[in-house]
Each structure stands twice: as C-alpha cells, then as structure tokens.
Design a binder for this molecule. Structure first.
Ligand code: ADP
Length: 541
C-alpha cells in the first residue's frame, strides 16, 4: 500500500530520534504476553444474541490468530493485501487483526451499520481480497447484502461468514490445510500500513485513514502511562471495534498491556454494568451516550461498579454537568479526551487534574503530539480565543488511501482537524465547534455532504441542507431543510423510504424534515447553515 515515502522518511527520522516511534509491532507485545503469562485471559466476549461467553487466553489468542493467518494465506492473502471485517465486538475481530499482522496484511474494520452503499464503495476503494461478515446480527442478513454488491468487486476473492457453514464459514479459517508448526509469520515493517479505517466524508465520499504500527503504538504507550494502565487492567469495550476508539483501545491497547479485554457487542447500560462487575473491569472508554446511560443506570438502580477506576469519554462533545455527575456516581475518574480516526486520542485530562480542568476541558496533548489553535491566516491565537485546531506528531496517520490530495496537512506536518477549539495558558483545550460539515449523533459521525447529495436527486426536492439539532442523549440528531419543486410534496416517511432504497446506513438518515420556501443564503449564494441550526434549535419538531 502506497505511502508518501519522502514525507515518511523525514518524519521517521524525527520520531525515532525523539523516541516516540519504537519500531515495534503488536506482535512483539503479543509474544511477550504469551511468553510471560500464556494462561492469562486476553479476551472475554459474550454474544448478546445467544452463545456463552468465550474466554481466550494469550496462548489461545496466539494459536487462533496463527490458524486464521494460515487459512488466509491459503486463500491468497499476503503482504499489503486488505482483509475487511464487518463485525460486531466479537472475539473474531481481535483474532483477525492479529492474523493480518502475522501476514503483513492490512486490517480494514467496517461498521456493522454500513449497507450496500457504503460497503460497496469502501470495499472497492480498498480492493479488499477477503471480507468477513456475520451470518446475522440484529436481524440483518449480511451475506444477502454482500451478494448485492459482489459483482462490483472484482478484487474480492472470498467472503467468510461468522456463523456460516462449510468452506465459507469462519470455522473453516480455524482449520487450515497446513500444519501450524510450520507457519512462518511475515510481520509488517513498523511503518507499513496495518490498518485502513474509513471515516465519514466531508467531501462526498468516505476517506480511508491509514495507520502503521508506529503511528498507533506511539499513541497508546503515553496514553497508558498517563492513565496508569498496566497488565493488571481489565478493559471493558462497549464502543464499536470498527471505530478507531474501539479498535485502538479495545483490541490493540489490551494486548499491548498484556491485560484483559471484555468486549460488549450490543450496548445497554445494565449489561455494561453487569459485565464491569462480573469481570472486575477497571477501565472503559466510549462516547458521551455510554457515559450518560451508565451513570443514569447506576444512579437509578444502585448497582455500583466498584472495580471501575477510569472512564474515558471521547468522540463527541462532553457536557460538563455529565462529568460532574458521573464522577461521584461511578466512583471512577472521568477522563475527557479528544481525538480522531486520523490520530487517536490526542488530548486527555490527567487523573490528578484539579476539578476545574477535569470538568471543563478536553485535556492536554499526550507526549509526542503537538497542538495549536490558529486564525484564518494560520497565526496562533492568544490563549482562550477560539480558532482552528491543528495537530502534528507521532500518532498522526500516514495519509488517505488513494486520495493524498484530501490530506490538509501543511509542509510542516500540521494537520487541520476541522474542529474549532480554545486553548488555555496551560495547553488544555476545549472543543468549541466544527468547521467541517458533519453531525455527531451518539458518537457516530454522519457524512452530511453524502446525505445531501442523495437527497438532492429526489424528484420532489429542489434544494436541501442537512444540519444537526441538539438531543439530550445523543448530542445531536439530523434535520433536513428542504425546498420542494413546484407542486411537489414530501413527508419524512417518504424521505426515509427513499434513502432506504439507496441502501444507506439507517443511522445517517435525517430524523426530522422541515419544508421551507427558501433556504437562508449569504450574498454570494452559500447556504447559511448556522441559521438553519439556529432555526432547528429554537423551533423543536
Ligand atoms: P472516532 O472514531 O474516535 O469517533 P472520528 O474521526 O470518527 O473519531 O471523529 C472525530 C471527531 O469527533 C473529532 O474531529 C471531533 O469533531 C469529534 N470529537 C472527538 N472528541 C471530541 C470531544 N472531546 N469534544 C467534542 N468533539 C469531539
């Protein structure tokens, strides 16, 4: 997989010299865990829709990933090939990632909410060789969806079905033809692409973020150090493993620590509380709704989670009042963090921060990564003033797959995040808004430009703009403002039915429709979304 070699070489020299890139892969950490504590539990995963909890030791994880690696190799997967997996938080997810590492292949996690539209685009751009899907999850038939897009995917050689039968079933990957004693892994180089993760497009199509072992591990080492995480920790992960948050902190971090991962596949706060209690989880991480729901559940039921030491909240704006309530209710440190698929958790609050910092900021940068807040001319703004948030450093990604022109990084390596922030005199930031056009609904980013593009083709719609409006639990929901063609009519149900026909992920669809005779515009003709947001906020549906 191509990366910009010159840019990487310069960056590599600086990162190596500073000690941020240590040239290890997760397989080095796995080997240490296997050598040190082969019987220690690496993964606990319960399937909500039937099936007992599966517990896998480090020795087991190593064996399973070798078997899967062998089977993938027998199916033609080698160095640099993309293996896509559209799976819930099941143990197979972690095993597949480690198997890919053993082949030098690229893991491409895909969200279970994606439908033909997203899936077809993403698999085609990645030229995925193998795709792994569930037979069914939440009543949805994944193999049937894949059948609808497969003829558009000439590179796709195999579809493997977890819960499927025969040669296409995941069990077949656990039974390779060869003898595992003879397996020789071909691990990736520390700067090779190991992960391809799509992020919501702000430009009309999803962007494929690429990471190496160095970019990923250089975030996790200082993260673990700052939060005091080690081999004794039990990490509960309710966030999707196919998000960067779930992937890095639910798959990679536990193996790096030699600790235990507890994976939850369908989020419900009572089940989360139960798993934390049963497994003695010490650490968890998720977007604001997870924190909100767990706090409400514990407050109302009195079912405490005494083992929990740290809850990291990230991925969406974090209300101060929630942090203030969650701390005493959960009896855990509530750490606010800010980050992106492109660079992991860049800022976090510290465990020993004063109350004011802990509840009113999104933290300060981890070692190895710098932040700046700039004005429209690219000049640093004074502390406390709002500007564009830019990042550079060790965990920043390698680039967007086949779309280098979409990377806004300047020649000095500053990456413009599309977020607006204020930074205080001590370097702590608070996210204040976004310049990029996305809506964050419950931690899930809605690609506004794509939704608008589809709606624009509807025969009844002359003009459309999609904006977010506040929601107490999910943070934001999407509202479509529509100007109709002469004599046309449109209801919310019709609009949703139309988007369903386009096979778009349901979570992307606007939940509110407002018909207007005119959309507010600037003198130059640009739609004034801030006005629409104001309208949506002040005239609730
Ligand atoms: P992830 O996979 O972690 O959700 P994404 O790349 O999908 O990452 O989303 C990143 C975006 O989420 C950020 O650019 C920002 O807009 C938003 N975000 C993340 N953390 C925070 C935070 N603490 N406060 C406000 N917004 C946040």
């Amino acid at each position: 997989m191509d990366t910009d070699r010159d840019r990487l070489a310069a960056r590599r020299a600086a990162m190596r010299a500073a000690g941020h890139w240590r040239d290890e892969t997760l397989l080095d950490h796995l080997a240490r865990a296997v050598a040190g504590r082969p019987d220690h539990t690496a993964i606990v995963a319960r399937r909500s829709e039937g099936g007992a909890a599966r517990r896998i030791t480090y020795g087991g994880l190593d064996r399973l990933s070798t078997l899967v690696a062998m089977s993938l190799r027998e199916r033609g997967v080698g160095r640099g090939d993309v293996v896509s997996f559209q799976l819930p938080n099941w143990w197979e997810f972690s095993v597949l990632h480690l198997a890919c590492l053993k082949l030098g292949a690229v893991s491409n996690p895909l969200m279970v909410i994606f439908r033909e539209r997203e899936l077809g685009f993403m698999l085609a751009l990645a030229e995925a060789k193998v795709l792994v899907v569930p037979a069914r999850f939440r009543g949805f038939d994944y193999p049937a969806m894949v059948a609808n897009v497969r003829d558009r995917l000439p590179a796709l050689r195999h579809v493997v079905v977890v819960g499927g039968e025969g040669a296409e079933g995941f069990d077949a990957l656990l039974a390779p033809a060869g003898d595992s004693a003879g397996f020789v892994p071909v691990p990736p180089g520390p700067d090779d692409v190991i992960q391809l993760l799509y992020t919501s497009g702000t430009t009309g199509e999803p962007k494929g973020v690429t990471h190496s072992s160095n970019t990923m591990l250089s975030n996790l080492a200082p993260f673990a150090e700052r939060l005091g995480l080690g081999a004794g920790d039990v990490i509960h992960m309710p966030s999707p493993l196919a998000h960067q948050l779930g992937f890095m902190y639910g798959i990679v971090l536990p193996v790096m620590l030699g600790g235990t991962a507890v994976l939850q596949d369908i989020f419900a706060a009572p089940e989360m509380a139960r798993q934390i209690r049963d497994e003695g989880a010490t650490f968890t991480m998720g977007a604001t709704p997870f924190l909100n729901d767990l706090t409400e559940h514990v407050a109302q039921s009195g079912e405490a989670t005494p083992s929990l030491r740290v809850f990291v909240s990230a991925g969406a704006p974090i209300p101060r009042a929630l942090v203030a309530k969650a701390r005493p209710t959960l009896g855990a440190a509530i750490v606010s963090a800010w980050g992106m698929s492109e660079n992991g958790a860049v800022t976090t609050t510290r465990l020993d921060d004063a109350e004011e910092k802990a509840t009113t900021t999104d933290g300060c940068p981890l070692p190895g990564i710098e932040l700046r807040v700039v004005d429209a001319e690219g000049r640093n703004v004074p502390p406390g003033e709002q500007g564009s948030l830019q990042v550079r450093g060790c965990s920043n990604f390698l680039g967007y797959l086949k779309r280098p022109e979409l990377d806004p990084s300047d020649p000095d390596g500053w990456f413009d995040t599309g977020d607006l922030a204020r930074m205080d005199a001590e370097g702590y930031i608070r996210i204040a808004g976004r310049s990029k056009d996305i809506i964050i609904r419950g931690g899930e980013n809605i690609p506004v430009v794509e939704v608008e593009g589809l709606l624009f083709r509807h025969p009844a719609i002359a003009e459309v703009a999609v904006v977010g409006f506040p929601d107490a639990r999910l943070g934001e929901r999407a509202c479509a403002y529509v100007r109709l063609r002469e004599g046309a009519a449109l209801t919310l149900e019709e609009m949703v039915a139309y988007l369903q026909e386009q096979r778009m992920a349901r979570q992307y669809m606007p939940e509110r429709l407002e018909i207007v005779t005119e959309l507010p515009r600037t003198p130059s003709g640009k739609i004034q979304k801030f006005r629409l947001r104001e309208m949506a906020r002040t005239s609730p549906a």
